[in-house]
Write a protein that binds this ligand. Structure first.
Ligand code: FAD
Length: 522
C-alpha cells in the first residue's frame, strides 16, 4: 500500500496529540498492563529511578517517564517494544545509554525509559573479542572505557574515539562519535562492521552493509529513531603502547587553520607516517588554561602563555598525537619533526608530553573527577556543537569567536575547533555533515550555574542567527531543534529518506521521542 508520507505523519501527529490529551488515564492503564507482562519485575516505578531518567548531563530539560525498564537481555527490550507496538494506545520508549545528552534526547515523557546500563554484564551483550583479534562484539550499553580496557588486555584497540569515554556504544553510534582521530579513521559510525537492532516494530535484525543495509545505514547516526542497538561489531587494530602528544600555539587564525588542513591532508588509514590525532581549541581570557579537556601545559610555562592570552584575547591551540610502540620508539621523534616542519606556530610555544596510550585516550576523566570534587560537573551544560564548511571558517572566526564570544565574555568551558575530511564519512548513513570536502567541528562546551544557563543559550542563538545571516551553512552536531522546519532544514536532501525509513522501521513513532523530530508539535 502506498502511503503519502506527509499525510501519514500528520495522522500520527494528531494521534499523538490526542494521546497526550488523554495521557494520564491511558498511562495508568499502560502501567497496569505492563504489570501483566513477563518483564513486569524489571519495570520500575521507583521515584528515584523515575527522577534519574528525567534528567541528563545537560541539566536543562526535564521530562518524567511513567516507568523505567531495567532489562537483563535484548529479549526484554523486544518484549517492551512489542507490547507498545501492539497496544491500542502505544507509548513512547527511549533507550538511555549513559544519559550524557544535552537536551533531553534520551527522555520519554509519560513513556518508558530503558536503562541500557542494567544489561552491562548480562546475557551475551558483553564485550567479546574475535579469536583472530580482528573485531570486538560489544553490547550497545557498554561504555567505551570498558571496551578500551577489554581490548587493551589483548594488545588491541578500536581506532576511532570520542574525547570522553564514559559514553555508551549505542549512544555515540546514534550520533556519529567524533574526536581528533576522525580526520584519518572517520567517525565511530564509519568503524562498524555489523549491528543488532530492535526496531520500532519489535523485530530483531542483524544488519551490515551487505545484509539489511537500509537499517544499518539508518541506525548509524540515526538519533535513536529506527531501533535500539543491542550489539555492534567494531574493527580492531594492534594497540600502541605510548603517544607523543604536542600542543602548539597561534595568534593568527589563518596560520592555525592552514597548518591544521596541511596536517590532515596526510590521512591514509594505513599510512604509518600520518598523525593519529589532530584537534584544536581556543584559549580565552575567561577560561582556565587547563580546562576539563586535560591538564597539559607545564606550570613553569603558564605565565608566558597567560600573558599571550591577555595580549591577544584569543590564542589558538593546535593539538596532535603520534602513537608509538617498542618498534617505532626510535623513529617517532623524527617522524614527528618531519610532520611539523614548516608549520607556523609561535616560536617558543610548542609543548610536548609523552603519555601512555590509555592515559591519553582517557584524558577527560581525571578532569571530570576534579570538577566533581568541586561540585562543578553536575551543572547545566548549554553546549553548542556545529559543523562548518571550510570555506566559511574564517568568517566564523571573525563573526563568532572575535565578535560574539569576546563581546559577551561569558564562555568558560572548552571551545574546540578542528577540521575533518568528508570522504571518511559514509553519506548513506543518517548523520548530517556539510557539503564541502573539508569541514570544521566547533564545540562550545560551556558550563553554567542553575540560574544563568539562559544567558549561554542566548549566546548560542546569537551565533546561529549570525551564521544564517552571513550565509554560513552550518550543521548542528548532537542536533537540537524544536520545530519541524528546523529538522527539515537540518536533514536537507536526506529528509525524505529519513522520513521513509521512520515509516518503515518505527511507523508508530515509538522510539527516542526526546529528540523531538516527529513529535515537536510545531
Ligand atoms: P544517551 O544520552 O543516553 O542517548 C543519546 C541518544 O541515543 C538518545 O536519543 C537515546 O535514546 C539514543 N540511544 C542511547 N542508546 C541507544 C542504543 N543502544 N540504541 C539506539 N539509540 C540509543 N560526542 C562525540 O561525538 N565526541 C566527543 O568527544 C564527545 N564528548 C563528550 C563529552 C562529554 C562530557 C559529554 C557529556 C558528551 C560528549 N559527547 C561527545 C556527546 C555524546 O556522544 C552524546 O551525547 C551521546 O549521545 C552520549 O552517549 P550516551 O551513552 O550517554 O547516550
Amino acid at each position: 500500500m502506498a502511503v503519502a508520507l506527509p499525510s501519514f505523519f500528520t495522522a500520527i501527529m494528531i494521534m499523538s496529540r490526542l494521546m497526550a490529551f488523554i495521557g494520564i488515564s491511558k498511562n495508568n492503564d499502560m502501567s497496569s498492563k505492563l504489570q501483566a507482562l513477563d518483564i513486569a519485575p524489571k519495570v520500575s516505578h521507583d521515584p528515584s529511578a523515575i527522577e534519574s531518567a528525567s534528567q541528563d548531563f545537560g541539566h536543562i530539560v526535564k521530562a518524567a517517564p511513567q516507568a523505567v525498564l531495567l532489562p537483563s537481555s535484548p529479549r526484554d527490550i523486544a518484549s517492551l517494544v512489542n507490547f507498545s507496538y501492539s497496544n491500542s494506545v502505544p507509548f513512547s520508549i527511549a533507550a538511555r545509554g549513559n544519559s550524557h545528552s544535552l537536551n533531553g534526547q534520551a527522555m520519554a515523557k509519560n513513556g518508558v525509559v530503558i536503562d541500557m546500563t542494567s544489561m552491562k554484564s548480562g546475557n551475551g551483550t558483553g564485550i567479546r573479542i574475535a579469536s583472530d583479534g580482528s573485531y570486538v562484539d560489544v553490547g550497545g550499553q557498554q561504555l567505551w572505557i570498558d571496551v578500551l580496557n577489554a581490548t587493551l588486555g589483548l594488545g588491541l584497540t578500536p581506532v576511532s574515539w570520542t574525547d570522553y569515554l564514559y559514553l555508551t556504544v549505542g549512544g555515540t553510534l546514534s550520533n556519529a562519535g567524533i574526536s581528533g582521530q576522525t580526520f584519518r579513521y572517520g567517525p565511530q559510525i564509519s568503524n562498524v562492521y555489523e549491528i543488532d537492532v530492535i526496531t520500532g516494530t519489535a523485530d530483531f535484525v542483524t544488519c551490515s552493509p551487505n545484509n539489511n543495509s537500509d537499517l544499518f545505514y539508518a541506525a548509524l547516526g540515526g538519533l535513536g529513531q529506527f531501533g535500539i542497538i543491542t550489539r555492534a561489531r567494531i574493527p580492531l587494530e594492534p594497540a600502541p603502547k605510548r603517544v607523543k602528544w604536542v600542543r602548539m600555539l597561534y595568534t593568527d587564525f589563518l596560520d592555525f587553520t592552514r597548518d591544521q588542513e596541511l596536517l590532515i591532508s596526510k590521512n591514509g588509514r594505513n599510512d604509518n607516517k600520518a598523525l593519529n590525532y589532530l584537534a584544536g581549541s581556543l584559549l580565552l581570557d575567561q577560561g582556565s588554561l587547563d580546562n576539563w579537556r586535560s591538564s597539559f601545559f607545564p606550570p613553569q610555562d603558564q605565565p608566558k602563555i597567560i600573558s599571550l592570552i591577555t595580549k591577544f584575547r584569543i590564542v589558538y591551540c593546535l593539538e596532535i598525537v603520534k602513537h608509538y610502540d617498542s618498534q617505532t620508539k626510535t623513529t617517532v621523534d623524527k617522524d614527528l619533526q618531519q610532520l611539523l616542519k614548516g608549520l607556523s606556530y609561535l616560536p617558543g610555544f610548542m609543548f610536548e608530553k609523552d603519555a601512555k596510550y590509555e592515559e591519553f585516550l582517557n584524558r577527560v576523566h581525571s578532569e571530570e573527577l576534579k570538577l566533581k570534587a568541586k561540585g562543578l560537573w553536575d551543572v547545566p551544560h548549554p553546549w553548542l556543537n556545529l559543523f562548518i564548511p571550510k570555506s566559511k571558517i574564517s568568517d566564523f572566526n571573525d563573526g563568532v569567536f572575535k565578535s560574539i564570544v569576546l563581546k559577551r565574555n561569558i564562555t568558560t568551558g572548552p571551545v574546540l575547533v578542528y577540521p575533518m575530511n568528508r570522504k571518511k564519512w559514509d553519506d548513506r548513513m543518517s548523520a548530517v555533515i556539510p557539503d564541502e570536502e573539508i569541514f570544521y567541528t566547533v564545540g562550545l562546551l560551556q558550563s553554567s550555574g542553575f540560574d544563568d544557563w539562559r544567558t549561554f543559550e542566548d549566546q548560542n542563538k546569537e551565533i546561529l542567527q549570525f551564521c544564517e545571516k552571513a550565509g554560513i551553512k552550518v550543521k548542528q552536531y548532537l542536533p537540537h531543534y524544536t520545530t519541524k522546519v528546523g529538522w527539515v532544514n537540518h536533514f536537507g536532501s536526506k529528509w525524505s529518506t529519513f522520513q521513509k525509513r521512520k515509516l518503515q522501521f518505527d511507523p508508530k513513532l515509538l522510539l527516542s521521542p526526546g529528540q523531538r523530530i516527529f513529535n515537536n508539535n510545531q
